[in-house]
Design a protein around this ligand. Sequence first.
Ligand code: FCB
Length: 456
Amino acid sequence: MIFPEDFVWGAATASYQIEGAAKEDGRGQSIWDTFSHTPGKVAGGDTGDVACDHYHRHADDVRLMRELRLAAYRFSVSWPRVLPEGQGRVNPKGLAFYDKLVDELLNAEISPYVTLYHWDLPQALEDRGGWTSRDTAHRFAEYAQIVHERLGDRVSHWTTLNEPWVAAYLGYGNGVHAPGRRDPAAAMRAAHHLLLGHGLAARALREAGARSLMLVVNSAPVLTPAQVNDPEATPGEADAAAAHRIHALLTRQFLDPAVHGSYPAEVLDAAARNGGLGHVQDGDLELINAPIDQIGINYYNPCVVEASPGEPADAAWPGSEGVRFATADAPTTAMGWPIVPDGLSRLLARLSRDYPRVGLMVTENGAAFDDVVQDGRVRDRDRVAYLRGHLREVHRAIEAGADLRGYLVWSLLDNFEWAEGYRRRFGIVHVDYPTQARTPKDSALWYRDVIGRNRL
Ligand code: FCB
């Protein structure tokens, strides 16, 4: 299986998950500092205070990326490192860090893919309502411009948000992520303001000359249990309706406004029943509908649902009344996530159909397993199988005509896996936290060779 000549191969990380140096060089506090330091919120009481210490080890980490032949590195900028209070005063040392990182990447011939928001909202903004407040969308656009002013001469690829669904519904809906609020109305407001922030920032970046703009969503095909192992299975009417509604809440909620300038009826209905639509103002959808070049897709597993009359809405899914979230009949990763590689090609086919004029990129895909270092080596056969299986589907999607431009593995390094702390290892490079030693796993060496040959 040969990939297109200009296919982009790389890896991804996020600021709070790897940087550490939480109190250094003037960095302000983020909602994830507050959350992880609140007892009971993160497994093992883990925090991102030190994480992979990437803030101090970036030069070595870039060298490692080069050895792995990565052509692209997707990282995120920590908003409170740049603007400690979220607005106003800029922290020059914060910007200087990313400036240096970008230079190192370019010297190593690695394209930087910058994500402006990967969940570490400045705590000062959360104190004023966070994403439930419309003001945060405007503050986000200002922050985006500040970062672009500094890096825009060297960075072409800009992502506004990572996974707004997760930020809104796990952050403000079921409270599993920072800021840990549990309020369906707040979650729906947050989702809209995240989208507004995306639109405002995308416009500002474009005006400032950004060449390539991307919105990254966590997406998945929504399947009935029978469809997991049989793509041809025809679900009954009620199950099909349940899947249709959940697809609208998960994916179309974000991509329809961004790409088509409209909300699906299912989302408007859920919002109307959860706090109302007062926060959606005239003109918002035009602002959100700023042209983007690519949709970034983070895919890990399918979403499996069936109709279940009387079922109350899940806390993370306002509007999901009458739907039961089911498990897939498939082997699982250490996260308990089912491994369904062809879910990726099914998803890519659907997105190509629904958003035909926008390019696609797999911006995250990967798996956690219980890796161990033995004689200086990590024999992570499961991860190689996972990646191989998904890359086959990527290839299949391209053959079927998807405008798929690249693939970024999650993650370069083992890191702080949010509410799961450090116990879940997603890296292709193993990190020994006490010594910060990096050991490329077998999957990293395998991936390096795939990249080198541009084929599977
Ligand atoms: C995604 C996140 C990423 C990582 C993976 C496992 O939802 O974007 O930071 O935690 O899941």
